[in-house]
Design a protein around this ligand. Structure first.
Ligand SMILES: [Zn+2]
Length: 134
């Protein structure tokens, strides 16, 4: 049996493949192999089949359909990642505002602390003056 006629004849048997996306192995346990069709109807079309070779009771899955399934499966993940990115952008903006508030509070505290140091030094100078000179 040539692979040329088997590609087109078994096109409807895709439902036997439980695994979505690119198959790793045939249900007989053999690894899946990527094969190029040499058929007249699908020349050059890629498909996965059992490493034992094409047989109608073993794995057969068109590679382009595997890719379509993988893209379909990854779309919800990409949507979820876009939602996560939007959430993170909002959080970064909120944290940026909090940092600005904290910087302003820090400058205010630093100025207040310097004012206290100046008052303390002046007080100590007055005390020393009275202690030593009066
Ligand atoms: Zn097999």
């Amino acid at each position: 049996m040539s692979s040329s006629s088997s590609v087109s004849r078994n096109y409807g048997k895709q439902h036997l493949n439980a695994e979505r996306g690119t198959p790793k192995q045939c249900w007989c346990g053999q690894p899946a192999e990527l094969v190029t069709s040499a058929s007249v109807t699908n020349p050059g079309r890629l498909y996965y089949c059992c490493a034992r070779g094409y047989h109608k009771r073993h794995l057969f899955k068109l590679a382009d359909e595997c890719l379509v399934e993988e893209v379909e499966d990854i779309k919800p993940m990409i949507r979820g990642m876009n939602d996560d990115i939007s959430f993170l952008i909002l959080n970064v903006a909120r944290l940026g505002k909090e940092i600005e508030v904290m910087k302003t509070a820090h400058v205010r505290k630093r100025d207040e602390c310097m004012r206290n140091v100046v008052v303390l030094c002046v007080g100590m100078a007055i005390l020393c003056y009275y202690y030593f000179f009066v």
